[in-house]
Every structure is written in structure tokens, then in C-alpha cells.
Design a binder for this molecule. Structure first.
Ligand code: FAD
Ligand code: SF4
Ligand code: SF4
Ligand code: SF4
Length: 397
């Protein structure tokens, strides 16, 4: 039976709750908003399946890197909606167009959750990075059902490295029609921050948010912003200087405890393909950068290679030295992101007075931040943001 002795030892993937034959594992939120399994001991039959699937107990990472690529979607409308070069989104679009299935993270009001899609129009709901932890609910169970029910269709699963490992542990063996992609990951933020943020912003505007993008290329790829559309028609976009959502994420002050002790690091993973930001496209390829975003891709398996070969005409694709790609842009391939030293203080104030109060107490937005934010649009128009972005590219370091 799964027992959590330390919060760092559970990444909240929900695989244990998916596998339990007695349905006796409930995911319950702690006072930081992170979910942990809670076992009803009266129903548990001590079968041990929950421990077998747990990625923090069975950390079998066997797929090394075979090839490095920098890629950008040719579909520029879709590319606009993507975090970087749109690698997942294009593959998902092609696979669903051919009758297959794509599984990834979408935002539903104030929650991020994994969903299954099989129409190419909805693929955009999986596009771009949502930095709040995604709920998986019964996604591993559903993925297994799809793999077995539709053996002649491709099923593409994407998620954080621990979610992909959780899926592989849950399945227990390889499926020919399964393709997996993980996002190289610094950590996931508490779902509570997103929920508090949505309610705070809707209250301030007096209107519901109809669309939320954590990472919009408003001022080019080098300088991303959080963008909101409201039902009343108003738009909002701000950078991490003044926007509370992206500020909390980039400060790493509300990341899941397990992310500071992540076991899914190093050049081996459970996935077929890993994707991450490509800030150093010029250095890696010697080509000009159009500032629309490229994705660094680590191809790990023959299946990963086959997938990219099948859909190569949908991308501008460049061979890169994968060790160099990790050196320039992939500090989170090997590295573990440290929690902010005032993390505990932040959650204390969050529980005491809410999101704005906690931010102003611990990581305040200053007058100088507000002035810099105001200058962004005119500086972008005259090209200075792109230049500054090229000088200081590492947003996550
Ligand atoms: C929580 C998180 C942390 C990240 N940290 C880093 C980092 O430190 N350094 C770095 O280089 N890149 C990081 N990335 C990856 C990066 O932001 C892009 O996902 C990557 O560049 C691929 O872009 P793309 O345009 O090819 O993907 P897109 O085509 O835009 O597809 C987005 C993909 O991200 C997945 N996804 C989105 N949100 C979540 C979520 N909450 N949980 C699980 N999967 C999700 C979707 O399912 C989809 O597969 C992170 C991504 C996430 C989600
Ligand atoms: S040991 Fe078996 S029955 Fe008990 S909680 Fe784990 S999976 Fe469920
Ligand atoms: S890491 Fe996943 S499988 Fe392991 S205990 Fe936590 S939720 Fe369950
Ligand atoms: S940092 Fe590690 S534990 Fe946290 S979400 Fe990413 S892969 Fe999972």
C-alpha cells in the first residue's frame, strides 16, 4: 500500500489511483493545493499495484538520446498558439486528422487537466505550456483502453517526464501504436495559484476569462507574456514583471515539493521524444531566427524517429548536436530547480490573505517593474526587445 512519508516523494501523477483494483485511493489536496493519495485501509487488499506503478518508486528510465533537432511548425497560425516551435501540436493535429488520438494538458476554467482528443480542430487546446500542475484523473486507464481498442491508430501521449513514466509503469509493456512526448520540465506550480489567479482577475475585471495563455509570444519568442481574453471583449497581457501568475511560476516559489527532489532527470527518459525551448537557435544551427519560436527535440527511440520522419514535411527541421542543445537551453534536462528560499513564507501569507497579499509581502511588484512593463510595447515596436532577448536568453535559468 502506498504511504507518503515525505511530500517530496510523490509527484502527484495519480497512477496509483488509476491502478487500484479496489478504488480505495482518493487524491486529496494539502494546504498548498497539491494532491496526494489517501488510501482507505479498510478496503485495501495489499496487492502492491500502487507501489509498482509509482514513478517515484519505479524509476526505470531506459531511453537515451539518439538525435537532436531544432524544429518549427510550417503552419504559422498554429505556431502562434504554441509554446515554442509547435512540435507536439503539429504531431497531434496530423495524428488526429488520420483518426488517431492525442492526449495532453488543457485548461478548463481555473484548472489544468489531461484530456483525450481525436479531432484536429481541438488540438490547439493542448498547445502551449500551462505551468500549473495538470490533473490526470483516469487518463492512464483511458489511454490503455484506446491503445487496445484501436490498435491500428496512433495514440500520442504527452506530459511531464514523471507523467510519461507513470503511464509506462501503468501499462507495464510496450504498445506498437503508442508514441510518447515529454516536456523538459523545471517544475509545476500549485493548482491553487491558477485557481486563485483566475478568480482574482475575473473579480477585478467583472467578467469571466474566456481564454488564458501562460506563455504568449506577444513580444516575440524571446519575451513571452501571460495573455487573457475576457468575455466582455477586453484583452490583457503582461510579463513576469507584473503578472501574478507568471511571476509566481518564474520565481519557483509555489512549485510542487517533489520538483525540488525530482527523480526524472538526466539524459535518459521513458519517452520517445523530449521537447524543450530553443532560445539559442542561431548558435545551434548558424541560421537566422525569425523569432516565432523553435523547439529543441531529443529523439530517443526508433518510434520517435519514425514519427518525425512521417510528418517531416510539416516542419522546418535542422539537425543539431544534442549535447550542445542541452548545454545552451536544456539546464533542466539534468538540473533540479531549487525552490525559492521564501516558499514557506509565501504559502503562509497565501493562506492568510490571498494571492495579491502573498505576492506583495514576499516577491512584490515594484514601481520600477511597472515602468519597465509600460515600456515593453514601444521597445518591442522599435526592435529593442528582440535584441535584449538575444543578449539574455535564459528565462528559466
Ligand atoms: C510545467 C512545464 C515546465 C516547463 N519547464 C521548461 C523548462 O524549464 N525549460 C524548457 O526549456 N522548457 C520547459 N518547458 C517546455 C516548454 O515550455 C515547451 O513545452 C516546449 O518548448 C515545447 O514547445 P512546443 O511549442 O513544441 O509545444 P506545444 O506544441 O505548444 O505543446 C505543448 C505541450 O505541453 C504539454 N503541457 C502543457 N502544459 C502541461 C502541463 N501542465 N503538464 C503536462 N504537460 C503539459 C501539452 O500536453 C503539449 O504536449 C516546460 C513545460 C511545462 C508544461
Ligand atoms: S495495495 Fe492494492 S488495494 Fe491497496 S491501495 Fe494499493 S492498489 Fe489499492
Ligand atoms: S507519485 Fe504518483 S503513483 Fe506515486 S504515490 Fe504519488 S500519485 Fe501515487
Ligand atoms: S520537475 Fe520532476 S517531479 Fe516535477 S513535474 Fe517535472 S518531472 Fe515531475
Amino acid at each position: 500500500m502506498i504511504t507518503i512519508y515525505k511530500r517530496e516523494q510523490c509527484c502527484g501523477c495519480e497512477a496509483c489511483a488509476n491502478i487500484c483494483p479496489k478504488d480505495c485511493i482518493e487524491m486529496e489536496a494539502d494546504n498548498e493545493g497539491f494532491l496526494y493519495p489517501h488510501v482507505d485501509e479498510n478496503k485495501c487488499i495489499s496487492c502492491g499495484l500502487c507501489e509498482r506503478v509509482c514513478p517515484f518508486i519505479n524509476t526505470n528510465l531506459s531511453n537515451g538520446v539518439n538525435q537532436g533537432l531544432a524544429m518549427q511548425a510550417k503552419d504559422k497560425e498554429l505556431l502562434k498558439e504554441c509554446a515554442s516551435g509547435g512540435v507536439y501540436s503539429v504531431l497531434a493535429k496530423e495524428i488526429t486528422s488520420a483518426g488517431g488520438y492525442a492526449i495532453g494538458a488543457s485548461i478548463n476554467n481555473d484548472t489544468v487537466k489531461h484530456t483525450v482528443l481525436n479531432d484536429s480542430i481541438s488540438v490547439v487546446s493542448h498547445s502551449s505550456s500551462k505551468y500549473s500542475q495538470s490533473r490526470t484523473f483516469s487518463i492512464y486507464k483511458e489511454t490503455k483502453q484506446l491503445l487496445e481498442r484501436y490498435p491500428n491508430h496512433k495514440v500520442l501521449f504527452s506530459g511531464t517526464p514523471c507523467q510519461v513514466l507513470a503511464l509506462k509503469n501503468y501499462l507495464g509493456h510496450e504498445y506498437n501504436n503508442l508514441y510518447t512526448i515529454d516536456v523538459v520540465c523545471a517544475g509545476v506550480m500549485s493548482p491553487r495559484i491558477l485557481s486563485d489567479y483566475v478568480h482574482y482577475m475575473e473579480g477585478r475585471k467583472g467578467s469571466k476569462i474566456s481564454k488564458l495563455n501562460f506563455k504568449f509570444k506577444e513580444y516575440g519568442y524571446a519575451s513571452f507574456t501571460t495573455k487573457l481574453l475576457f468575455d466582455c471583449g477586453d484583452e490583457y497581457s503582461r510579463s513576469r514583471l507584473t503578472d501574478y501568475l507568471i511571476k509566481v511560476f518564474t520565481a519557483h516559489i509555489a512549485d510542487r515539493p517533489s520538483c525540488g527532489a525530482c527523480l526524472v532527470k538526466g539524459d535518459k527518459r521513458a519517452s520517445d521524444i523530449s521537447i524543450f525551448d530553443c532560445w539559442h537557435f542561431v548558435e545551434l544551427t548558424g541560421k537566422d531566427d525569425n523569432d516565432l519560436g523553435h523547439t529543441n527535440v531529443l529523439v530517443r527511440t526508433a518510434k520517435g524517429q519514425e514519427l518525425l520522419e512521417t510528418y517531416k514535411n510539416c516542419f522546418d527541421m535542422y539537425d543539431v548536436n544534442w549535447q550542445e542543445a542541452i548545454h545552451w537551453d536544456g539546464n533542466m534536462v539534468y538540473g533540479i530547480q531549487k525552490h525559492h528560499p521564501k516558499r514557506q513564507e509565501f504559502f503562509y501569507h497565501l493562506n492568510e490573505g490571498g494571492l495579491e497579499y502573498a505576492i506583495q509581502k514576499v516577491i512584490p511588484v515594484t514601481c520600477s517593474d511597472k515602468i519597465k512593463e509600460k515600456l515593453k510595447r514601444p521597445l518591442y515596436k522599435i526592435g529593442l526587445i528582440k535584441l535584449a532577448g538575444r543578449i539574455n536568453k535564459k528565462y528559466f535559468s
